[in-house]
Write a protein that binds this ligand. Structure first.
Ligand SMILES: Cc1cc2nc3c(=O)[nH]c(=O)nc-3n(C[C@H](O)[C@H](O)[C@H](O)COP(=O)(O)OP(=O)(O)OC[C@H]3O[C@@H](n4cnc5c(N)ncnc54)[C@H](O)[C@@H]3O)c2cc1C
Length: 187
């Protein structure tokens, strides 16, 4: 699995937005943002103006859960194109798969039987997507998935928190945990 925050934007604009409600001094807004960030029910709406673009290569069993977040958008690599372009290797799967299954898949690919390859593709198949979301959506994901049993959620959350500029708006000042070495970091 690989997670790279390739860009973030909107912090200054979000602070300007906060200042409008009380015509307050913009210089005081970073402190106000810290106080408002943990407060839901509308108080932390400014987090919706802060946008992240995250380049993620992850197994499809993880994407299946990530896809339940509706307030975000993704552009993805086409599995149809990828699996017919070349034979697959263990590096195409999170933590590898059974060698017999891999051999069978490559039989289908060599026979150009696209539908059979697609039907038998294991959920560990890694797919790259560009995931665009607001800090608000990321905060929701952090709160819902920080104790999740899939190690990929811990890797994803840690990797994003380590790379974004305003992680404390998400964690409320908690230390950012060290990225788990148990998750493959270079795929
Ligand atoms: C550990 C775990 C297990 C889960 N298991 C299941 C499961 O087995 N089956 C299942 O169906 N779900 C399951 N869920 C819930 C489901 O996957 C959630 O949809 C997902 O976590 C996204 O959360 P969300 O709706 O808060 O996020 P988002 O979709 O990003 O939405 C963010 C906020 O906007 C609101 N919102 C989004 N769309 C609308 C809308 N159209 N109208 C009004 N408000 C909207 C949401 O209510 C939420 O407050 C699980 C969640 C967790 C954390």
């Amino acid at each position: 699995m690989r997670v790279n925050v390739i860009k973030e934007a909107g912090y200054e604009e979000a602070l300007l937005g906060i200042s409008l409600s009380r015509e307050a001094d913009i210089l005081a807004m970073p402190e106000r943002a810290k106080k408002l960030a943990p407060l839901d029910h509308g108080h932390n709406k400014f987090l919706e103006s802060m946008i992240l673009w995250i380049d993620v290569n992850a197994p499809r069993y993880w994407w299946q859960e990530a896809d339940t977040y509706r307030l975000s958008t993704k552009q993805s690599a086409s599995s149809m194109y990828l699996i017919m372009k070349r034979e697959l290797t263990q590096d195409d799967f999170q933590d590898g798969i059974d060698a017999i299954v891999l051999g069978r898949l490559n039989d289908f690919i060599r026979a150009k039987d696209f539908m059979a390859a697609k039907r038998h593709l294991p959920e560990a198949f890694l797919q790259r997507r560009l995931w665009c979301m607001s800090y608000k959506t990321f905060k929701n994901i952090y709160e819902q998935r920080r104790n999740h049993k899939l190690k990929e959620w811990h890797f994803f959350l840690d990797a994003v928190l380590l790379q974004i500029e305003h992680a404390t708006l998400i964690t409320g000042g908690e230390d950012v945990r060290v990225v788990q070495s148990t998750v493959q970091g270079d795929k």
